[in-house]
Design a protein around this ligand. Structure first.
Ligand code: SF4
Length: 408
């Protein structure tokens, strides 16, 4: 149902990239309308920095050549980070991954579970976030508190007239109808609701608690179900059960999932863009064992970044922008075992080679909002001395052949 409307920034405004909602209605310099997290990000000054190698400053040319040598000389490279890169920068990162025969994965938890992205196989009924506001007369927040992970979701995309029922192990931080279900019972709850939607109710100890939700669903004309990305250590069964339930609801009247990927603190502003880019190019949203647009191997729970790092299957990494926190922690724990090239505004791993580039708030380009809507980003502080992420990556790409030649 996504219509891929292009969202433009307000004149003189900015896009906040601190979470996948990509709020494009922000007025600078005061970051008016941003949430507290967005305001903190938008008001933080862009830190100027120069290329470094193990913390020591280096001339840009020398840093680029050293980065190319490190990547070309590695046995196996992982390209990761990526979750805050513009679509243009993702294309450049993919080109580098292909030139190196590298694995590519940005940390989407859906590809780190053994069953892979089960929703893709079982079919997902989704809609643009705007449809939730315009059409849904009932919203279910399923095991997610959007105020904590995507702070302006309710304000921007839910109608105040549509009641919200929150289902989960603990109450949401805002007033709404609550149904407490332990995390361990999520699959059973989704299955009971599926059976109810199909008119074949089953016996379950959860039935009394779920009955008010079932009654609200029976009365609703259009239902939006807000859901988080899969848990990193999950099996995928919960996502499969949830997709089955939403599909069953959609057979009764309009009903759709409203997936909220990533969230605050997850370096995931363009999580949807990364998933789309990787799927367009390599056939899956991540866990690509060898980047090859003619058909690289998709290896869920095998070639995801955390496993490649944890199992010692890579000896070099190209980090594009900030990595997800779990990946950063894994790289820090790996120590000198993995050579690091970081391209972006921050030095997240305090070793290896850092090639500075604009951060997501300052990098002009395009990203996809969590629901797939294209958002154009003008950049917060156009600073000519800070190169775009895509430009730095393209320059690194052009340095690879001479590094390969020098190695021979
Ligand atoms: S909701 Fe997300 S994108 Fe919007 S202002 Fe807050 S952090 Fe930024």
């Amino acid at each position: 149902m996504s219509d891929h409307t292009v969202k433009r920034t307000r004149a003189g405004g900015a896009v906040c990239t601190a979470c996948p909602l990509l709020c494009a209605d922000i007025d600078l310099p005061a970051a008016t309308r941003a949430c507290v997290h967005g305001r903190a990000a938008l008001l933080a000054p862009a830190a100027p920095c120069s290329p470094t190698h193990d913390g020591r400053p280096l001339a840009p040319e020398a840093a680029r050549a050293a980065a190319a040598r490190l990547l070309i000389g590695a046995r196996r490279v992982l390209v990761t980070g990526l979750g805050e890169a513009t679509l243009g920068a993702l294309a450049a990162a993919g080109d580098i991954a292909e030139a190196l025969g590298a694995a590519i994965d940005g940390g989407d938890p859906a590809v780190a579970i053994t069953t892979g992205p089960t929703i893709a196989r079982s079919g997902e009924v989704t809609a643009a976030y705007d449809e939730a506001r315009d059409r849904a007369d009932l919203v279910v927040a399923w095991f997610i508190d959007p105020d904590a992970s995507h702070p302006r979701f309710r304000e921007r995309f839910l109608s105040p007239r549509a009641p919200v029922i929150h289902v989960g192990p603990s109450p949401a931080g805002w007033p709404c109808a609550e149904i407490m279900i332990p995390a361990a019972d999520e699959v059973a709850a989704a299955r009971w609701l599926t059976a109810h939607a199909r008119g074949k109710p089953t016996v379950s100890a959860l039935a009394p608690r779920l009955a008010p939700l079932a009654a609200a669903l029976d009365a609703a004309a259009c239902v939006g179900i807000v859901m988080a990305e899969p848990a990193a250590d999950g099996s995928g069964v919960a996502e499969w059960a949830l997709a089955e339930w939403i599909r069953s609801e959609a057979h009764r009247r309009p009903a759709f999932a409203l997936p909220l990927p990533g969230g605050i603190g997850m370096a995931s502003g363009n999580a949807a863009g990364l998933a789309a880019f990787s799927t367009w190019r390599y056939g899956a949203p991540g866990a690509i064992g060898r980047a090859d647009r003619r058909g690289g191997p998709f290896l869920p729970a095998e070639a995801d970044a955390l496993r490649l790092i944890g199992r010692g299957e890579i000896d070099a990494v190209l980090v594009v922008g900030r990595p997800r926190p779990a990946i950063a922690a894994a790289l820090l724990a790996a120590g000198d075992r993995i050579g690091c090239v970081q391209v972006g505004a921050e030095t997240v791993i305090p070793r290896g080679i850092h090639l500075p580039a604009a951060g997501p708030l300052d990098d002009p380009g395009e990203m996809l909002r969590g629901d797939g809507q294209l958002v154009r980003i003008a950049g917060r502080h156009p600073a000519p001395e800070v190169l775009r992420l895509e430009t730095v990556l393209r320059r690194l790409l052009t340095a690879l052949p001479s590094a390969a030649e020098a190695r021979r």
